[in-house]
Design a binder for this molecule. Structure first.
Ligand SMILES: N[C@@H](CCC(=O)N[C@@H](CS)C(=O)NCC(=O)O)C(=O)O
Length: 277
């Protein structure tokens, strides 16, 4: 279902990076027609994948604008109150940031398929899992990924695959140490914080498997918590050392069921003493 307000949408072409159309916006006279939503992303970003998937599930056509990291800190801040992606502009000009706020709004705009169970107690459990996924798991995935990428810059081109920006692999490889260092600073991924994240990971994975077992996660159609959590697990599994330990678990299967993300860091990148059993 695509909202009928596609016609007359005032979106201009993308000022940042390249844009592409996703969804079912009409095409005419060789030009792509404007769409009901414009989504600003960093390619591969887990919360951006959350929102893109929700838009697809809702059948809302959207145009994606990719910003190379950490450029969003400046570029998005020029257009939105905050500096993070995902950031979305609807055709009526309304702007929203934050994956949870955006998903709530999408559920309001297009109620079906619902991203929350009808039962209030079940919905409360999903919202709590979604909050935890946003506040705890999402930053953990960033803190683990960026230092690993800094030390494995040769993997950088794989993270550009499937993106819109025509960045040569050699450039991605050469720039990765600097980009990763900036991201490490932005995300406060100190060695102590990263070690604490690895130490917490076994309990977190067990918590996710429990939520799948009790039905909070992993139902037939993804809910808001599935959409929030699965991309973080998918991002963690771009590191082969973690994929080897997560993919066969219920939470790993959940991530693989809903998300295919680019990026691959070969085994041996993470110190064995940090890895979960
Ligand atoms: N938890 C928020 C924040 C998203 C977030 O931090 N996005 C990262 C990219 S994955 C970002 O833009 N970071 C820039 C910064 O922290 O300044 C959400 O789900 O939208």
């Amino acid at each position: 279902m695509v909202p009928s307000r596609i016609a007359g949408c005032p979106f201009p072409g993308g000022p940042l990076g390249r844009t592409s159309q996703t969804g079912s916006g009409p095409v005419g006279r060789g030009r792509l027609a404007p769409l009901p939503a414009k989504l600003y992303v960093v390619h591969g970003s887990h919360p951006c994948n959350t929102v893109a998937k929700a838009l697809e599930l809702k059948g809302i056509a959207f145009r994606k604008v990719e910003i190379p990291p950490p450029g969003q800190v400046v570029a998005v801040r020029l257009m939105f109150p905050g500096r993070t992606v995902p950031a979305i502009r609807f055709e009526d000009g309304r702007k929203l940031q934050g994956s949870r706020a955006i998903l709530a709004e999408l559920d309001r705009l297009v109620p079906e398929p619902a991203l929350l169970p009808a039962d209030p107690a079940a919905a409360a459990r999903v919202l709590e899992a979604e909050r935890w996924g946003d506040e705890v798991l999402q930053p953990l995935a960033r803190r683990i990924l960026w230092p690993t990428l800094r030390d494995n810059a040769s993997a950088a081109p794989s993270f550009g695959e499937g993106g819109q920006l025509p960045l040569p692999g050699a450039m991605l490889r050469a720039s990765m140490p600097l980009i990763a260092r900036l991201e490490i600073r932005i995300n406060q991924a100190t060695p102590a914080a990263v070690a604490a994240d690895f130490a917490a990971l076994p309990d977190y994975l067990a918590r996710l498997d429990d939520w799948i077992a009790d039905g909070t996660l992993g139902g037939g159609s993804p809910n808001r918590a599935d959409l929030q959590i699965a991309p973080s697990i998918a991002l963690l599994m771009t590191m082969q050392d973690l994929r080897d330990r997560i993919a066969a678990r219920p939470c790993g299967r959940l991530a693989d069921r809903h998300f295919t993300v680019g990026g691959h860091i070969p085994a041996g990148a993470i110190a064995p003493e940090l890895l979960p059993a």
